[in-house]
Design a binder for this molecule. Structure first.
Ligand SMILES: Nc1nc2c(ncn2[C@@H]2O[C@H](COP(=O)(O)OP(=O)(O)OP(=O)(O)O)[C@@H](O)[C@H]2O)c(=O)[nH]1
Length: 193
C-alpha cells in the first residue's frame, strides 16, 4: 500500500533530520537547508500490512511556501514539525495545521512532532500546551529527537497504523454498501415476481 506523506514546518525545525533518521538511521549535525523539496521512500511493516511511504520533505524557508500545496494535496499523512526550543516555530506549526485543515485533503492523517527533545534545558514550548493544542485539533502528538532517535520511528508507525485503519474502514464501508445494494435488488426482484 503506497501512502504519500508530507513534512511541513518552519525552517530548521529538523524535518530533513527526522526523515534521514527514519530512512537511513543517520543524523547530521550540520544538515543543509532544503531547497524546494526532497523525496524519499521507506517501507514499514504495520501489523499484518506493509506501507510504502512516499515522503516529501518540504523546505521551511518562507520563499518556498507557495510550493507546499503541491506536496500536501492528496497526501495520506502529514507531519507538522516544530522545534521545542523555539516558540515561533510552534506558532508556525499551528499555521500549517490551519492551512492543511482548510485546503488539504480531509482524509489526511496528521501528526504534530515537537522535535529536538534532547535539548530540554532550552525548552520554550511546554509539553502541556502542545498536548492540549493537539487534542483540540485531533492530531497525534509526540516529542521527538532526530539526534537521539527518540520517538522518530513511532511517528511514522502511528501514521501508518491510522492509514491502514482508515483504508480498512473505507473498504468495509464499500463492502457493506455493495452487500446492501445486492440485498435490496434481490428483495425488489422477489416482490415483483
Ligand atoms: N539537537 C538537535 N538538533 C537537531 C535535531 N534535529 C535537527 N537538528 C539540527 O537542526 C538543524 C536543522 O535541521 P534540518 O533537518 O535541516 O531542519 P529542516 O526543518 O529540514 O530545515 P529546512 O530544510 O531549512 O526547512 C541541523 O543543524 C540539525 O542537525 C534534533 O532532534 N536535536
Amino acid at each position: 500500500r503506497n501512502a504519500k506523506l508530507v513534512l511541513l514546518g518552519d525552517v530548521g525545525t529538523g524535518k530533513s533530520s527526522l526523515v534521514l533518521r527514519f530512512v537511513k538511521g543517520q543524523f547530521v549535525e550540520f544538515q543543509e537547508s532544503t531547497i524546494g523539496a526532497a523525496f524519499f521512500s521507506q517501507t514499514l511493516a504495520v501489523n499484518d500490512e506493509t506501507v510504502k511511504f512516499e515522503i516529501w520533505d518540504t523546505a521551511g524557508q518562507e520563499r518556498y511556501h507557495s510550493l507546499a500545496p503541491m506536496y500536501y494535496r492528496g497526501a495520506a499523512a502529514a507531519i507538522v514539525v516544530y522545534d521545542i526550543t523555539n516558540a515561533a516555530s510552534f506558532t508556525r506549526a499551528k499555521k500549517w495545521v490551519q492551512e492543511l485543515q482548510a485546503q488539504g485533503n480531509p482524509n489526511t492523517v496528521m501528526a504534530l512532532a515537537g522535535n529536538k527533545a534532547d535539548m530540554l534545558e532550552a525548552r520554550q514550548v511546554p509539553v502541556e500546551e502542545a498536548t492540549t493544542y493537539a487534542q483540540e485539533n485531533g492530531l497525534f502528538f509526540i516529542e521527538t529527537s532526530a539526534k537521539t532517535a527518540i520517538n522518530v520511528n513511532d511517528v511514522f508507525y502511528e501514521l501508518g497504523e491510522y492509514y491502514i485503519l482508515q483504508i480498512t474502514l473505507l473498504w468495509d464501508g464499500r463492502l457493506l454498501l455493495h452487500t446492501t445494494k445486492k440485498f435490496l435488488c434481490s428483495l425488489f426482484l422477489l416482490i415483483n415476481v
